[in-house]
Design a protein around this ligand. Structure first.
Ligand SMILES: *Cc1c(COP(=O)(O)O)cnc(C)c1O
Length: 341
């Protein structure tokens, strides 16, 4: 049974006694993917959350708290997954959801998902960072609208549960953790989650996409491009927290190219793990860290942040989407050609 994260981890979350708004989030699979020399590679499949991304971990807490505080609506800026998650949890809570997106920059399935949950989608002509600035201004002015981006401390508090689950599953802290970094909330939440539990802190490796790698370059970027739309962000709101997390855990930031992301995407999918491109960036980064011998000995956990069905356009760059037309009486011949090329 899925009791949801608030009930499961109540003692760690610091929430008042409130009625949880839950969709059965968290408790995601962590699979043993491979062993590379002295490294046991684990993949945490965050795409198995109710709306298909890790954002649900933070959203259950942020929306529960918003309703408890008397809020009537939630608002967020989004590259897609925050929008879908906010829309779902607002629907569950009986609150209105407003999502503000950079026009033309969000994967279609995520827009459909947010809209289906009943959110109002507003698009601005600008990038994610400008959308975030706009929603912050609205939420500051109107106290009945709760901002549910990861600058909301309850979002990060909820996302700490990812670290709790890894500790509970492994029985100890992994030696390293690899995850994609966009607005930089999640890496910060993992750091604080491990710190709060006081059972050891993994080296944190934050992976960005070349073309959208302000933390690797250590400067804000106004123009960002990458195939991984979920991490197409030039001015990460939690940059200061992420830098602290990486520094204190003796980790690093790394950038991977679009072609490395797509190759990792394909490799994961062929192994049965279908993620979205931003999540594949973590796996691409993991492979580079391994090849450069930068990983410490022991368990390595890669956080695969979102479900592959979220972005069905991108795989068409490497997977054939046209079926092979065959006549039914020649089916076995076609199979034979694949088995014995
Ligand atoms: C939001 C998101 C990220 C980036 O997380 P941040 O907390 O913004 O750094 C990575 N991958 C996916 C799929 C996401 O939805």
């Amino acid at each position: 049974m899925h009791i949801g994260l608030i009930n499961r981890y109540h003692q760690w979350l610091g929430l008042p006694e409130l009625e949880a708004v839950s969709l059965g989030e968290g408790n995601t699979p962590m699979i043993h993917w491979a062993t590379w020399d002295s490294h046991r590679i684990w993949l945490k499949l965050e795409g198995c959350n109710p709306t298909g991304s890790f954002k649900d971990r933070g959203m259950t807490v942020a929306v529960s708290q918003a309703r408890f505080a008397g809020g009537k609506a939630v608002i967020c800026a989004s590259t897609g997954n925050t929008a879908a998650s906010a829309a779902a949890y607002a629907g569950r809570a009986g609150l209105k959801a407003f999502v503000v997106i950079p026009n033309g920059q969000v994967a279609l399935a995520k827009m459909i998902q947010a809209s289906a949950y009943g959110a109002t989608i507003l698009a601005i002509e600008g990038n994610f960072d400008q959308a975030l600035q706009a929603v912050r201004a609205v939420a500051e002015q109107e106290s009945w609208i709760a901002l549910v981006n990861s600058v909301n401390p309850w979002r990060l508090r909820g996302q700490e549960t990812g670290a709790y689950e890894i500790l509970d599953d492994l029985g100890h802290a992994p030696a390293s953790l690899v995850l994609p970094v966009g607005n930089a909330g999640n890496i910060s939440a993992y750091f604080h989650g491990f710190r709060r539990r006081n059972e050891g802190i993994p080296q944190l490796f934050g992976i960005q996409a070349q073309g959208a790698d302000p933390l690797v370059q250590d400067r804000d970027l106004d123009k960002v491009t990458t195939v991984a739309s979920a991490i197409r962000i030039g001015r990460p709101a939690s940059a200061h927290l992420a830098k602290e997390a990486v520094k204190e855990s003796h980790g690093q930031f790394h950038a991977v190219s679009d072609s490395q992301i797509l190759q990792a995407h394909e490799e994961l999918a062929h192994g049965g793990v279908f993620v979205e491109p931003a999540s594949a960036a973590a796996y691409a980064g993991l492979k580079i860290l391994y090849r450069r011998r930068l990983l410490p000995t022991g368990d390595v956990v890669a956080i695969l942040t979102g479900n592959g069905l979220k972005d069905s356009q991108t795989p068409a760059m490497w997977a054939s989407v046209e079926p092979q037309i065959v006549e039914s009486q020649h089916l076995l011949e076609s199979i034979g050609q694949v088995m014995n090329p």
